[in-house]
Design a protein around this ligand. Structure first.
Ligand SMILES: NCc1[nH]cc(CCC(=O)O)c1CC(=O)O
Length: 302
């Protein structure tokens, strides 16, 4: 292969993740020439409205996919949690890297954890999943939308617009902000988004050379776990207007998956879990269990 062109969003986290993939590739083949193709996506421009309202997660991929279709890039790097459950178009994910930290992080300059926040404190997050889990624990909190990339959100916390914010540990760690994590919000007590912490590579289905190149970076156990989480989400037909959380890990005899669907308004939730060896079947099973427990009520009309 001549030069590998990797499309990426321009946020500091996206660039870090793309540089990380490039470094892994150079480790495999020091002679490989790699160039980054940084692009703005519609998703990056929507800072004022809920993403769900304008078309959802696919907005972070579209421009990168268009560049691949025009032959201007060979592949793209994404946070897998931002990749829609169904890829639209002739694309595949030839590599899912080993998952980093799955957990959410509680970030605050004055408070140690959720429990020690004062009554009615202002917490910033625009994730419905994080808001719903906070509501369930602390109905008194004032939940305030917080958009923008990780660096922007930390700057808003420091400008004292919020008493605390919630972010993914993985993003903070990648950008060198480990020390801003005041408390980890770990599974199973607190559940992450499906595939949180996993980086993926997307390329054209018919591009055998690129698929082969990236096969070596795929981490099979992570792929199985995130496949179960994503199969559950897919089977729930959850738009990104519905708080869906999921976490799978390997156990004796296969995978264990825990899933949860919450009500946006008050954080009421249904939760279910199961063990199995077929990731896709396990995801669909837990989705069905959640529907049997009444998850449909939280999904309907959203
Ligand atoms: N929604 C943006 C986004 N997409 C992926 C991550 C974190 C990195 C990851 O999950 O791998 C973040 C930031 C955040 O949620 O704090």
């Amino acid at each position: 292969m001549k030069t590998l062109r990797i499309a990426t969003r321009k946020s500091p986290l996206a660039l870090w993740q793309t540089e990380h993939v490039a470094a892994l590739l150079r480790g495999l083949d020091p002679d490989l020439e790699i160039t980054l193709v940084p692009l703005s996506t519609r998703g990056d421009q929507v800072l004022d409205r809920s993403l769900a309202a304008v078309g959802g997660k696919g907005l972070f991929l579209k421009e990168l996919e268009e560049a691949m279709l025009r032959g201007e890039a060979d592949c793209a790097v994404h946070s897998l949690k931002d990749v829609p459950m169904e890829l639209e178009g002739p694309f595949v994910l030839p590599a899912i890297l080993e998952r980093a930290d799955h957990a959410d992080a509680f970030v605050s300059n004055n408070h140690d954890d959720i429990a020690s926040l004062p009554y009615g404190a202002r917490v910033g997050s625009s994730s419905l999943r994080r808001q719903a889990q906070l509501r369930a624990l602390r109905p008194d909190l004032q939940l305030v939308d917080l958009r923008g990339n990780v660096n922007t959100r930390l700057a808003k916390l420091d400008a004292v617009e919020y008493d605390a914010i919630l972010l993914a540990c993985a993003g903070l760690q990648r950008l060198g902000f480990d020390r801003r994590i005041r408390a980890r919000l770990d599974a199973p007590a607190w559940l992450p988004a499906p595939a949180q912490g996993a980086i993926t590579v997307e390329c054209r289905e018919d591009d055998e050379a690129t698929r082969t190149l990236f096969a070596a970076l795929n981490h099979a156990p992570t792929r199985r776990c995130v496949e179960a989480e994503r199969a559950m989400n897919r089977a729930l037909h959850g738009s990104c207007q519905v708080p869906v959380a999921a976490f799978a890990h390997e156990v004796e005899g296969g995978l264990h998956l825990v899933g949860q669907v919450s009500a946006v308004e008050d954080g009421r939730a249904v939760r279910s879990e199961a063990t199995g060896d077929d990731a896709d079947a396990l995801g669909r099973l837990v989705a069905q269990q959640l529907l049997d427990l009444g998850a449909g009520e939280f999904i309907a009309g959203r």
